[in-house]
Each structure stands twice: as structure tokens, then as C-alpha cells.
Design a protein around this ligand. Structure first.
Ligand code: NAD
Length: 489
């Protein structure tokens, strides 16, 4: 190793199932390749859950990652039947690792139906917001709700991260993939932010694609994509899809970056069926470790190891069973030996000319601007009832009569059912009842912000109906800051 390189401390989580085996193999290759890393071993996952932890991540592990700001993580099991949360999610959320970077590149020797197409893209998935915030409530016994929260700073920083990756990897195009056509406020926020921030990076071609067409295009013509930036759930799905194009999850690495810490991991799980048998393929975790090396600017070592991996796969000698057709595979140790023997050799597939990824910290984000005026224009009251929509609508009109509100309409699962539209909506016992203020109320620090008016109406509704929750309807600079149900005129 280069004697001039100071060693960087990295927390290593050996994980569950095949985790310890792939971690040991990865550490052997990094050691042999001269990686300037000093490991600090820490625990998380199944064994920690068994000791009664609810998060699966002990305090010492959190402290170690906080100190080092860097972690290499093997797969962690999410036990079924005991333990509360996923230890993986705990780590992502605790350290606000908001940028999930998933490179998807055709590897030599890994033959797939797409081999030869030149697939080489990177998917940037927002990692902490969206429906994965896990804010869910049963509304009635038969209606469940999940809140999809997307924020302006959350969208801005992931879009900036995408352009930063594009710069660091000398890429040419950034594509933003959203479902903005349907979810105009949440997914639309990501699209609008992309259009606002994008012009700061004129060196890249930029386009927007609807996420379902993105999935389609990924299968039809995956080589058209370079960098894709998208929200959490979209990214979860398309990054697995894209991994499938180049050989599957077993070889896919990812990094999770935040302002204060970065965690690198294999995409696959703990493969309990083959755990302890010495059969696991360490390629994904090793590739994640290569990303870690680049993150700490150890570019030369990263390239040496990556080239050894490429040539090992390309020559097809001593590959693990999952990569060897007809069951000619070797074990983890023999594959690792072969890789180490290949250190110093170069393959026909050049490594990219990587540089460091620069993230924009939350306080430095600039794209969001506050509106000049903000008004309360109404409320949606979500209530539970078995009444038919006509009866419900008439009852609510009477309730609203001597209040500052008027009933605008009632919808069921997002479709207007009162006043009737002639549509044939199947009704559940959960209705959204929209009341508009006869006179909008300015929302500023000098007024009660409509509090007495809302309380009066809701108290009256509560005497007849069981309400579940209330949403304020606002307008920003005179523009509705809410969506209309399907069918509303
Ligand atoms: P899995 O990825 O563990 O296994 C899917 C299939 O791929 C299995 O056939 C397995 O044998 C094979 N496989 C996976 N990695 C391999 C490797 N390196 N070498 C050879 N074969 C490999 O997915 P699963 O079975 O759905 O999940 C098992 C456990 O892993 C669950 O407890 C799950 O919660 C956890 N998990 C953790 C992570 C993570 O830590 N990021 C991700 C996914 C799943």
C-alpha cells in the first residue's frame, strides 16, 4: 500500500446470514489491494434484536458510525415475529442518509439477455421521505391511509446530489423520473425542483420521464439512461429492475450518503439458505467497498481492485456458484483468492474517471421560496359513516348552514360522490367532505388563523358524525395548494 496514505477509520457491520463471509472476503481483498482503511467492527441485526433491542442497532454502533462518518455494512435480517423496525431503515433514518446511489453497469462475464447493450447508468433514489416515512393510520376498520410526504429541501438536495454524481462520474445526461402527472403536488414538487435547479448545470442534457414509462424504457432501451434521479418508492422499484438487467441483486452495490455519514452496502439480503456454507458471492459488498474507497478519494486503490474484479469475472475462472453455469462454481474463499491473484491486472472494461461527490448540506439549499401571501380557504373533514352519499351531503349542507363555511362536495376514495356526477363509484365508509370558507382568512402571525371558525364547524360535525382527521385547504399567492377530487368541477 501507499505508505503516504493515512488510514481512514470505517465502521464495519458484518451483519447476518452470509454477511460475515462476504465481509471477510471483502476485507481480504481490500487489505491485499492496499486500501488505506482501519476497520472498527460493530454489531447490528438479528443477534441484536434477539437481545431485546427494538431497533436492531445498539448505541455503540451508532456512536462508532457517528465518530467515523463511514460504514461498510453487510446485509441485516429483519426478523419476522420479534423486534420492531428494520435495522437497515433505522441506520438510514438515524444518519439521514438521504441519497441512495445505485450504479448499474454491465459487468464482463456476467451474461444476461441484455449483454452487449452497453448498460452503464446510475440511479439516485431519495432515501428517507415519500411513503417510506411509514406514516400510516387505519381510518376505519376497512380503510388504511399512508401519508406521502415530500419536502422542497428533500427534493432539492437529492436533485443536487444527482448532478453532483453526474459531475463526479463525467456523465452526460440527468433524467428525472416522477409520477407528476397524477401526484401533482408531491411528485410534481420533485419535477418542478428539477426544472428549477437544472439550469444551474447546463453542461448536462436534462429530461423528465413519467416513472411508468421509465420502467418500460429501462427494459426496451436501457442504454439511453445515464443518471436517473427519483423519489423513494419509484427508486426502490426501478433500481431493482435495473439491477436485474445486468445480472441481478446478488452483484449490485449501493451507497447511502448524508451530510454527516455515508454507508456502503450490498443490495442483496442475508441469503439464509446458503449462510455458513462458504458459497456466497462477495462481489456486491466488494463493489460497495470500491464505492467507499472512491468516497474517501482512494481512487487508485479503488481502480486496482475494480479492475481485478472485472478481469476475474471476464475470465470466468473460479467464480462462485451463482455466476457459474452448470454448477461449476467454487466457494467464497477460492473466488477471493482468484481476485487477489488478479490484483494489478487490467480488464478490457475501463473504470470510469471518478471524482468525489460533493453534497449540498440542508442549510445551504436555496431553491425554495416562501409565498408572499397565504390564506386559509377551507377544510377537508374525513369522516366515517354508512350513510349514502346523497343523505350525507344533505346532512352536511344543513350542518354548515350558519357557519362561515359552505359544503363544496363529498368524495369517496378520491372521487366526487356529492353533488352526484352520475359516476358509478364503489362506496366505502370513509368520506372526504370539503368545506370552503365563504371569506378566506389570511394565515399570518397576527390572526387566529381560522382556528375558531374550524373549531365551530368541526364541533357541529362531531355531534352527528365520527370524524377521523381534518386537512386545512390553503392558497399560496392566490393559487390552490391542494388538489381537487376526480369529478369535481
Ligand atoms: P436475499 O437477497 O438474501 O436472497 C435472494 C436470493 O439470492 C437467494 O436465493 C440467495 O441465496 C441469493 N443470494 C443473495 N445474495 C447472494 C450472494 N451474495 N451470493 C450468492 N447468492 C446470493 O433476499 P431474501 O431471501 O428476500 O432476504 C433474506 C433476509 O435478508 C431477510 O431477513 C431480509 O430482511 C434481509 N435483507 C436485508 C437487506 C439489507 O441488509 N440491505 C436487503 C434485502 C434483504
Amino acid at each position: 500500500m501507499d505508505a503516504n496514505l493515512a488510514k481512514t477509520k470505517v465502521t464495519a457491520l458484518a451483519g447476518d446470514g452470509i454477511g460475515p463471509e462476504v465481509m471477510q472476503a471483502t476485507m481480504r481483498v481490500l487489505e491485499a489491494g492496499g486500501a488505506p482503511i482501519e476497520w472498527e467492527m460493530a454489531e447490528a441485526g438479528a443477534e441484536v434484536f434477539k437481545k431485546g433491542s427494538v431497533t436492531g442497532v445498539p448505541r455503540e454502533t451508532l456512536d462508532s458510525i457517528t465518530r467515523n462518518g463511514l460504514a461498510l455494512k453487510s446485509p441485516l435480517e429483519t426478523p419476522v415475529g420479534f423486534g420492531g423496525k428494520s435495522a437497515n431503515v433505522t441506520l438510514r433514518k438515524y444518519f439521514e442518509l438521504y441519497a441512495n446511489i445505485r450504479p448499474v453497469r454491465e459487468l464482463p462475464g456476467v451474461i444476461t439477455p441484455f449483454t452487449g447493450r452497453g448498460i452503464d447508468m446510475v440511479i439516485i433514489r431519495e432515501n428517507v421521505e415519500d411513503v417510506y416515512a411509514g406514516i400510516e393510520h387505519m381510518q376505519t376498520t376497512s380503510v388504511a391511509q399512508c401519508l406521502k410526504l415530500m419536502t422542497a429541501p428533500g427534493c432539492e438536495r437529492i436533485i443536487r446530489a444527482a448532478f453532483s454524481v453526474a459531475k463526479a462520474e463525467e456523465r452526460k445526461k440527468v433524467t428525472c423520473a416522477t409520477k407528476a402527472n397524477i401526484m401533482k403536488l408531491t411528485e410534481g414538487m420533485m419535477k418542478r425542483m428539477f426544472e428549477k435547479v437544472g439550469p444551474e448545470f447546463p453542461e448536462f442534457k436534462q429530461d423528465h420521464i413519467i416513472i411508468d414509462n421509465c420502467a418500460h424504457q429501462l427494459v426496451i432501451a436501457p442504454e439511453q439512461f445515464d443518471v436517473i434521479v427519483t423519489s423513494n418508492m419509484n427508486g426502490d422499484i426501478i433500481s431493482d429492475l435495473a439491477a436485474g438487467l445486468v445480472g441481478g441483486l446478488g452483484i449490485a452495490p449501493s451507497s447511502n450518503l448524508g451530510d454527516h455519514a455515508a454507508m456502503f452496502e450490498a443490495v442483496h439480503g442475508s441469503a439464509p439458505q446458503i449462510a455458513g456454507k462458504g458459497l456466497a458471492n462477495p462481489t456486491a459488498l466488494l463493489s460497495a467497498a470500491i464505492m467507499l474507497l472512491r468516497h474517501i478519494s482512494a481512487f487508485d486503490v479503488a481502480e486496482t481492485i475494480e479492475q481485478a474484479l472485472f478481469i476475474t469475472l471476464a475470465e470466468g475462472k473460479n467464480l462462485t456458484g451463482d455466476l457459474s453455469p452448470r454448477g461449476h462454481g467454487v466457494g467464497t474463499a477460492a473466488f477471493t483468492d482468484q481476485l487477489i491473484a488478479n490484483l494489478g491486472r487490467t480488464s478490457n472494461l475501463p473504470s470510469r474517471n471518478y471524482k468525489q461527490i460533493e453534497l449540498t448540506a440542508w442549510p445551504e439549499l436555496t431553491a425554495h421560496s416562501e409565498p408572499n401571501t397565504r390564506e386559509l380557504v377551507g377544510i377537508d373533514v374525513f369522516l366515517e359513516t354508512d350513510l349514502r352519499s346523497e343523505e350525507l351531503g344533505k346532512a352536511l349542507e344543513m350542518i354548515a348552514e350558519d357557519t362561515p363555511f359552505r359544503l363544496n362536495g363529498v368524495s369517496n376514495r378520491g372521487v366526487q360522490v356529492y353533488p352526484p356526477t352520475g359516476g358509478q363509484t364503489f362506496l366505502v365508509d370513509h368520506f372526504a367532505c370539503r368545506f370552503m370558507l365563504k371569506h378566506p382568512i389570511p394565515l399570518d402571525h397576527s390572526s387566529a388563523n381560522g382556528q375558531p371558525e374550524i373549531s365551530y364547524l368541526v364541533q357541529r360535525i362531531g355531534t352527528k358524525f365520527s370524524w377521523m382527521h381534518i386537512e386545512k385547504l390553503q392558497s399560496f399567492d392566490g393559487k390552490d395548494a391542494f388538489e381537487r377530487p376526480q369529478g369535481e368541477g
